[in-house]
Design a binder for this molecule. Sequence first.
Ligand code: COA
Length: 251
Amino acid sequence: MKIKIQDKIAWISINREEKLNALNISMLEEIRKNLIDIRGNKEIFVVVFLGSGDKAFIAGADISEFSKYGKNKGLELAKKGQENVLDLIENFPKPIIAGINGYALGGGLELAMACHLRVAVNTAKLGLPEVSLGLIPGYGGTQRLTKLVGKTNAIEMILSGEMIDSEKAYALRLVNKVVKRENLIDSISEIANKIMKNSPNAIAKAIEAINAAEKNPEGFEIEKEKFSECFESKDFKEGVSAFLDKRKPRF
Ligand code: COA
């Protein structure tokens, strides 16, 4: 990943462009380490996540990396993603904005949903396609999507596995704003500057209090358990093989 710090904003770019910025474990560890550094850095007030290149924000967790996992490794993966990184993002004392500059799929949309604000370009596509791999979302997606868009919409998105466009995402209140690609950085800077006029101490406390309004730790535990169980299924083996072989799965 690349980090640029400018005017109290840390711009973090996930830079695996050739794999559509798919999140592997070393990337998760790097994100965690850098966020912990940023948390203690008084010069930084707002954090922004972006994907490198024109095509993707983050196209999910790295499928090739977990294709041979069983239940225990699946559980460990959910902890590395959801607990070590996405939970850290959601409970971060400084505002974190996702700049959704393209595909935000699976773990990519889950990361964006853990952020406090989301700005999407009008060509972005968002979705949780895990069921097409014989999996369910495992980085908090079943919990956060349901909270953000309600059960009716979450069920439709997760069970179909289909992507939605930015306009639909805005209509569902999944993103705060939709902008043209060329305006993404300015638009995020504008939002960040509005926030930065306020008290950093009060902002941190507000994030904590707002998060408390919707805490349901049990839901995250159940998701982790069901996610890891999927790794034992023959559907999972078929789903990931189909993706890696570039063909449709036969469930
Ligand atoms: N994990 C690992 N590799 C991924 C990936 C992921 N989540 N998403 C994309 N890639 C890789 C592809 O395997 C391909 O690699 P290759 O060039 O070495 O073959 C490269 O990124 C480009 O992707 P490709 O599928 O060729 O691009 P596309 O424009 O045809 O399709 C997507 C774009 C986003 C629709 C497609 O890549 C996709 O469906 N990705 C997986 C999304 C997903 O299921 N995410 C949830 C994971 S839990």
